[in-house]
Design a protein around this ligand. Structure first.
Ligand code: ZN
Length: 138
């Protein structure tokens, strides 16, 4: 069995952003040379997510509104986690949107369902963060 690993780096301009990283993951998969196996993609930070869904701007807006209702950023004093930091809401948003995805690799391609794309979800941005891509198989 072969194993291949790369990091992707992000520094978003906004505090909350969703970025389609499907093409970058496909490039990592191509560099791995693996044709059959599994591809893990996970955020290396506890205030960011990796998730799979539709690349549709209306949906991404809906996510932002929904997450802000569930875990509003302001007032920051409402959270016990805040004090040295102001990112309690980002931890909660990350929990809902998830840490990682695993995609089957078939014939050298990511084996997606209809409309599936991979996204990096940032909830406490404006600083550099990493995403791990690990491919195993043969
Ligand atoms: Zn924190």
């Amino acid at each position: 069995m072969k194993s291949y690993r790369e990091y992707l780096y992000f520094k978003t301009r906004e505090r909350v952003e969703f970025i389609n990283i499907t093409e970058e993951v496909e490039k990592v998969l191509a560099r791995s040379g693996i044709k059959e196996g599994l591809c893990l993609v996970n955020a290396m930070h506890i205030t960011a997510s990796v998730f799979i869904n539709d690349d549709e701007p209306g949906l991404h807006h809906d996510y932002e509104v929904w997450l802000e209702k569930l875990a509003p950023h302001e007032p920051v004093s409402q959270y016990r986690h805040n004090g040295f930091e102001d990112n309690a809401d980002a931890h909660l948003k990350r929990q809902i949107m998830g840490r990682e995805v695993v995609v089957a690799v078939t014939d050298g391609k990511l084996d997606f369902g209809p409309w599936e794309q991979i996204f990096y979800g940032e909830f406490d941005g404006r600083r550099e963060k990493r995403v791990l891509v690990k491919v195993i198989g043969e």
